[in-house]
Write a protein of this length. Structure first.
Length: 180
């Protein structure tokens, strides 16, 4: 005889495992973000001290203008580098979350399919139509979700390519102004 309680216990175990995995991913992403921000603060402090020392050593207006231009370009490059790294961290975290969600969904669909199969074998006589209707509905919703997932992945890839192209153009523009 089929015991539904065992199946629900398995679903609960899987949910706890997924929640633990997502929590670990979140903590890892937060650690990376903290390290990035701490490093950015160190760089900002270092550049501020260097800029103050250089400004104190300025002897004429031309030196001051050159110094201002140098630190403005350096600030732009630092900001571009920070945003690029921040975007990479966010993209990496999003990919890990998506992977975990896809794995959880795959396990869930397998579990529900197994549950339905076992339940249909021990269902009372005459319930075939209801079981088949549920199986059909579940298969259709799974297929729809898979299509949605594929479309979402394509949109994310397109957005990622656009952001990377914009960042590359921004870097080229900043380098071009420096050369001019």
């Amino acid at each position: 005889m089929y015991n539904a309680t065992e199946q629900f216990a398995e679903f609960n175990k899987a949910n706890v495992a997924n929640a633990t995995k997502l929590a670990a991913l979140s903590i890892e992403a937060a650690e990376k973000l903290f390290r990035l921000n701490l490093n950015a603060a160190k760089i900002a402090l270092q550049q501020g001290v260097e800029g103050a020392q250089a400004a104190a050593a300025v002897k004429d207006v031309q030196d001051l203008i050159a110094l201002r231009t140098k630190y403005a370009e350096s600030g732009v490059q630092t900001a571009l580098s920070y945003s690029r790294t921040l975007y990479d961290l966010a993209s990496e975290a999003q990919a890990e979350y998506s992977s975990a969600a896809e794995e959880a969904w795959a396990n869930y669909t397998k579990g529900v399919a197994s549950f339905v199969d076992k339940a249909s074998k021990s269902a009372p006589a005459g319930s075939d139509a209801a079981v088949n209707a549920f199986k059909s509905t579940f298969a259709a919703s799974t297929a729809a979700f898979d299509q949605f997932q594929k479309a979402t992945r394509q949109v994310v890839n397109l957005a990622d390519a656009s952001v990377r192209a914009a960042a590359a153009n921004g870097s080229k523009a900043a380098k071009g102004r420096r050369a001019a």
